[in-house]
Design a binder for this molecule. Structure first.
Ligand code: KG4
Ligand code: ZN
Length: 364
């Protein structure tokens, strides 16, 4: 049994600046001592997406204050933490530099070890903090920059089973919203509009449905939405609602097929797994129809469905601190202070890069 460990986590890979203090107790459970997140949404919304240069500057301006606030809320000083964990990829290089350099400077000044964390690992391990999920399990990451189905076998041991070959799911929501004149970020706006729409009005494509591979594709869906909207222009509020509802229906059906196959493959791979679990992460996990779909699928396939609270599904520093704690508790070596940020950093080093994978590349 390891002793109690406490880590200060930093997250700056995209458009959230975040700092957190998390303690791992000897029994492996965790206590969040502080969780501070500053969203840059307002700074980017006028541009309809994240502007890397604006993001990097905003991180520089906010991070020191956020760290102070996190330490104060936790009631500690830097001397009281056992290590510092900072996201070092994947993401926007400017933001990564800000967080990682800050982490390095604090580590050097305090003599504490530094863990350079893969942001995707943070998402992947969150469900162990919130729900004590045991290895192996499946993680579906659906955010603005990623759509991946990952087999989580252990800390640092991941197999990517599926990824998008073009747009990320959140990106498909954002682009659909944009072309319908709905505000950014598009996901919540599309979901709101869909609530009063007729999901059967438009038969949108369900890309890759029926294929054995577990990848995703959403750019054709976006094109179909554009064609539908152009075909009935000018669109009324009801048309928009119907398009959004039909779009969500297509996504739900696509996930049913893709993830359903993933769950089957998991059973084939681990026929003796005691408690198979599907863990969801990323901003799209907030979508009620997506959640309902995954919940139903899990019930059908005898999986436990784990959706951490929304603020831990989206970008945060608790997950970065926790990934550091998992590593430290296992005795994994901290990183050298020469470690460099990596804008691309797949969780599964063996996974083949797919065409256009990570095109937008920055967000996770
Ligand atoms: O994980 P996240 O907060 O940020 C990163 O991508 O890093 O995810 C943001 C994405 C955006 O594309 C946003 O439109 C989408 O999550 N999203 C949603 C909903 N809320 C946020 N998509 C569908 N339905 C929602 N309710
Ligand atoms: Zn993320």
């Amino acid at each position: 049994m390891t002793s109690q460990l406490r880590i200060l986590g930093l997250e700056t890979s995209c458009d959230e600046t975040a700092a957190a203090v998390v303690t791992r107790l000897p029994d492996g459970t965790a206590v969040t001592d502080a969780d501070v997140v500053l969203s840059q949404l307002d700074e980017h919304s006028a541009y309809g997406g994240v502007v890397p240069e604006i993001a990097a500057r905003a991180h520089v301006e906010a991070l020191d204050t956020l760290i102070e606030e996190a330490l104060t809320r936790a009631g500690i000083t830097l001397a009281d933490v056992d290590a510092i964990a900072a996201t070092s990829g994947p993401g926007l290089i400017g933001g990564l530099l800000v967080g990682l350099m800050t982490g390095k400077a604090m580590a050097r000044a305090s003599g504490k070890p530094l863990y350079a964390i893969n942001h995707l690992e943070g998402h992947a391990l969150t469900a162990r903090l919130t729900d004590g999920v045991v290895f192996p399990y499946l993680m579906l990451l659906v955010s603005g920059g990623h759509t991946q189905l990952v087999l989580v076998k252990g800390v640092g041991d991941y197999e990517r089973w599926g990824t998008t070959i073009d747009d990320a799911l959140g990106e498909a929501f954002d682009k659909t919203a944009k072309l319908l004149g709905l505000p950014y970020p598009g996901g919540p706006a599309v979901e709101r509009a869909a609530a009063t729409g007729n999901a059967k009005r438009f038969a949108f494509p369900r890309p890759l449905v029926g294929e054995a591979r577990l990848d995703f594709s959403f750019s054709g869906l976006k094109t179909a939405v554009r064609q539908a909207a152009e075909g009935i222009a000018p669109v009324s509020d009801q048309d928009i609602a119907d398009i959004c509802a039909s779009f969500q229906r297509a996504i739900s059906r696509t996930l049913m097929d893709r993830i359903g196959r993933g769950l089957q493959r998991f059973h084939e791979t681990y026929p003796d797994a005691v408690e198979p679990a599907l863990v969801v992460a990323g901003g799209v996990a907030a979508n009620q129809e997506v959640r309902r779909t995954l919940d139903e699928l899990c019930a059908q396939h005898r999986f436990r469905f784990v959706a951490p609270p929304h603020h831990l599904c989206t970008d945060n520093a608790v997950m970065i601190a926790w990934a550091g704690l998992e590593r430290m508790a296992l005795g994994m070596a901290p990183d050298d202070l020469n470690v460099a940020p990596r804008s691309r950093w797949p969780l599964d080093a063996g996974a083949q890069a797919l065409l256009a994978y990570g095109k937008r590349g920055a967000k996770a």
